[in-house]
Design a protein around this ligand. Sequence first.
Ligand code: SPV
Ligand code: MN
Length: 632
Amino acid sequence: MNNHYQALLQSRMNRESYEKLAALNNPKVMSFVGFFVDHCRPESVYVCDDSEHDIRHVRSRALETGEETALAKAGQTIHWDNYGDQARDRQNTRIMVPGEKLESMSALNAIDLKDGYKEIQKIAKGIMEGKEAIIQFFSEGPTESPFTVPCIQFTDSWYVAHSEYILYRSAYHHFLKMKDSEKDDFFCFLHSAGALDERGNSLNLDQRRIYMDTHNNIVYSLNCQYAGNSVGLKKQAMRLAINKAGREGWLCEHMFVMAAIDEEKNRRTYFCGAYPSACGKTSTAMIPGEKIVGDDIAYFRNIDGAFRAVNVEFGMFGIIKDVNEEDDPVIFENLMKEQELLFTNVLMGPDRHPYWLGMGVDTPEKGRNHFGIWQKGAVDDKGAEVRIAHGNARYTMRLDYLENIDKEGFESKNGVQVEGILYGGRDSDITVPVEESPSWRDGILLKAATLESETTSATLGEEGVRKSDPMAITDFLSYPLGQYTMNNIRFGEQVDQAPRIFSTNYFMKSAAGNFMTGKLAKKVWLHWAEGRLHGEYDAYDTPTGKIPRYEDLATLFQKHLKEEFSKDDYDYLFSFRCAGWIGKLERTKAFYAKMDPHTPQELFDYWDQAIEHIRAAKERFGDVILPGVYRP
Ligand code: SPV
Ligand code: MN
């Protein structure tokens, strides 16, 4: 062990903390912690293990330091990020790569490893002065399993530490039990909120940096608090894991894991699904009557030939906007309970209850929110109206509070066997509500790669712009898109039975601009896919896959929603739109060309053939092809 760090660490920690660290007998942990204690200069350091005592300590420090405020209901707290720190910062999120890789990574906002490191060192120097730092140990996925990725979090924010305890599995014991040969292989996260203003918020947002070193599996996150930027195990770990998985032959995906339940037939069928932010991912995983395993990040591994998945998280960091009694009854009910709930960037009313956009109740006209002291009609210094809560305000909650959790899948060390994968974008005029892909490869190239959405408030910048977002992964890619796509194809082709791939789209609008289906129609699309996996429904061919027949959907609408589904709506929703699809494929090609100059030619060849195929269909059947009319 490095003696210099030993003396330093002993001088900054109480004996208990130091002993917890030393007991791990892990030189890499010691040098990571030692180096950054030396460099960031926290006044003291607290080392956490998995104990209830430490979890409680973190919770109470978050309140004592003012990073969180207690709400009226026991267990509920609220945290605000500084105004302008309410979403992921794309511009300042960069992948650090060696110089020779910069060219192929230029579209991923890469920075030269040496330059990035220098910049980080400069900003991080002394950044924790006067503060207490926290060291925690976690696992992505279940501990002591084939999926486990151990992680260490170093932060000076009790709010971040608290979030991590809710969202991930504490893994101090896992670290304790590591064999010598495993002691090098874990992810490291350094976070500092930086200098704070009088509200306890990151002051130097212009110095906000989230830099990932995929080579050494370290992420540096400085001068920010929004969890998507600061919580190491969330989107930072995801970027490291995507890279690691690419090297090792497994997959890390931006997906929910859920079980579709058919009570009558006593079936539990596991699905994963990728949806860009605010495109219905959590609400799909939370469809009433089904079971949730996870709502954001999944690892896939080939275990003895089986395609298996885990939710890597333990909790959810969910968008709270539009969570109300009618649309999200299960979550809403949970948010009303006296239990550990951490609200961010919503309003605390004079009654000390939380209020948000689309909550479906009368809301106060004043209170405290991410803007500070707020009252209705408040404007920021750019003259923009500040609403009651931010559009990307969130709740942080343990998943096992949910009565619809799939306990078995959630706790399984070997994950669950996935049978179907859904890719869903936000598309008002092209993609049908549900379509099955003929093969894994077609699914990746026609469903996953063509995913598009309109931008939402989950990222900083303009809202409402239509964007390509293959696999909903673009924001998190840590190696080039073409290779990543090839790895996806390869992974599915190497298991005994790849899941079947479906596209979904909940956002089709009528000619008059209204949504065509209610929010729960997704249950019907899911159960059609579930039935298909069990050989139940016939389907019509389209140039890109297979769609449901009217009769089956009408029955499913009756069965699950007690609703009529009209033939006219069916015809409109399930028509194949040739010009629309050709445009979509052209945009996909352009996006891949822009994102990855080395995208394999075979991918472009595939899309060119698909375009030719659709052109031929258009000649034979017209631009808008009614369901059932197309013949291959
Ligand atoms: C998302 O935007 O995809 C999220 C929230 O899950 S964040 O942590 O900001 O990525
Ligand atoms: Mn996400």
